[in-house]
Design a protein around this ligand. Structure first.
Ligand SMILES: Nc1ncnc2c1ncn2[C@@H]1O[C@H](COP(=O)(O)OP(=O)(O)O)[C@@H](O)[C@H]1O
Ligand SMILES: [Mg+2]
Length: 350
């Protein structure tokens, strides 16, 4: 069998650029070399694309990939030339499938997926529309509501309604302190905060608004955090549940990537019937959001009353071999390289 030309995209003009580098290094190390001809494409924080013929995963992980020999390139959106075009001499590299190992805006949000759809190159993960919806936590809520699964009560603050001040009163009418503030369009807990009073709420919203101009203010849930990994297209499978026990008051950027002290029991220590319910909800939400390939679907269990609450979905979840997504499937007997094969096969199936 001839090798598949697989373009791995990493970095990106995103607040999660550095996380993508860690994920990409793991993905490149995990891909079976006899099966894939890997075309490495690094995207800088300012959005410049480079083809990297020789960079190694170590250099990507250390955020030193830009030191390697690199050639400016772009993805073709032309159906008759599916691949990467080098902008220095016009060299064309045919691509059979794209793996956007990109987190957050400009990578996980449908933009890259849309470019692949224009050219007709299969792309790992949900398509353009689904990715865009899942990246926007406020639109995700509207779609996920069709499943009937409980979600946190919220008010949407925008640049406009925050400027004229009306939204603070509305929040205080609908919710009680503390509330949780998060940008609608980032991941990795960037821009999130807990606010205990009006003054802190004001500050938290102003700090979150620069990340895309839309901010969710939610009821604060004193919760256990349960995550599930979903894999597949029309008939997806759901992994066992895992729990995240953050090292800080909530699962901040620091507790995710800096401290490394959060504990993640897999499977989560919850009753079987609760786990079954969560896995069923995850599947329903994945299907309602038209996901393909993979996604991690995250829940809360309210510590006070046991209620299961859908929190968010990540269409390109953190993808190191020790990330939750990979660990959840490892616990189901699917090791990392095999998991990559399956995810790529689902992209080719479409
Ligand atoms: N309504 C809420 N109440 C309490 N904590 C929350 C709430 N929403 C989010 N959090 C905390 O913030 C973290 C990040 O929020 P999340 O919605 O998962 O966004 P991200 O895309 O940044 O991961 C969660 O893992 C959780 O610890
Ligand atoms: Mg999250």
């Amino acid at each position: 069998m001839s090798k598949l030309n697989l373009a791995v995209l990493f970095g990106g003009a995103s607040s999660e650029h550095e996380i993508s580098l860690m994920s990409a290094a793991s993905v490149i190390r995990g891909l079976k070399k006899e099966k894939y001809n890997i075309i490495k494409v690094g995207i800088t924080k300012s959005g410049a694309w480079f083809y990297l013929p020789d960079t190694e995963p170590d250099m990507i992980e250390k955020n030193r990939w830009e030191e390697a020999s690199k050639r400016p390139c772009t993805i073709s959106v032309n159906r008759e030339s599916r691949g990467i075009v080098c902008l220095d001499d016009g060299e064309f590299l045919p691509v059979d499938v794209v793996f956007p190992v990109l987190h957050g805006e400009n990578g996980e949000d449908g933009r890259v997926q849309g470019a692949c759809e224009l050219s007709g190159i299969p792309c790992v993960g949900p398509g353009c529309a689904s990715s865009a919806i899942c990246m926007d936590k406020s639109i995700t809520k509207l779609v996920a509501a069709t499943t009937g699964v409980r979600q946190a009560e919220y008010v949407l603050a925008t640049k406009e309604n925050f400027r004229n001040g009306a939204i603070i009163d509305e929040i205080e009418k609908k919710l009680t302190y503390p509330v949780f503030v998060k940008p609608a369009g980032t991941g990795s807990s960037v821009g999130t905060a807990k606010a205990e009073n009006r003054e802190k709420l004001h500050k938290a919203i102003s700090e979150a608004l620069p990340y895309g101009g839309k901010v969710l203010v939610e009821e604060f849930i004193n919760a256990r955090e349960i995550e599930t990994a979903v894999l597949g297209n029309a008939e997806p499978v759901v992994s066992v549940c895992g729990e995240v026990i953050p090292s800080r008051e909530f699962y901040t950027y620091e507790s995710k990537y800096v401290d490394n002290t959060s504990v993640t029991p897999i499977p989560a220590d919850i009753p079987e019937e609760v786990s079954e319910k969560i896995r069923d909800f995850a599947k329903k939400i994945y299907i309602a959001l038209s996901c393909r390939g993979l996604s991690r679907v995250d829940f809360f269990i309210n510590k006070e009353n046991g209620e299961i609450i859908f929190n968010e979905i990540n269409t390109i979840p953190g993808f190191t071999s020790i990330s939750m997504y990979a660990k959840l499937f490892a616990a189901c007997g699917v090791e990392f390289s095999e998991l990559l094969d399956r995810i790529i096969a689902f992209a080719m199936e479409d």
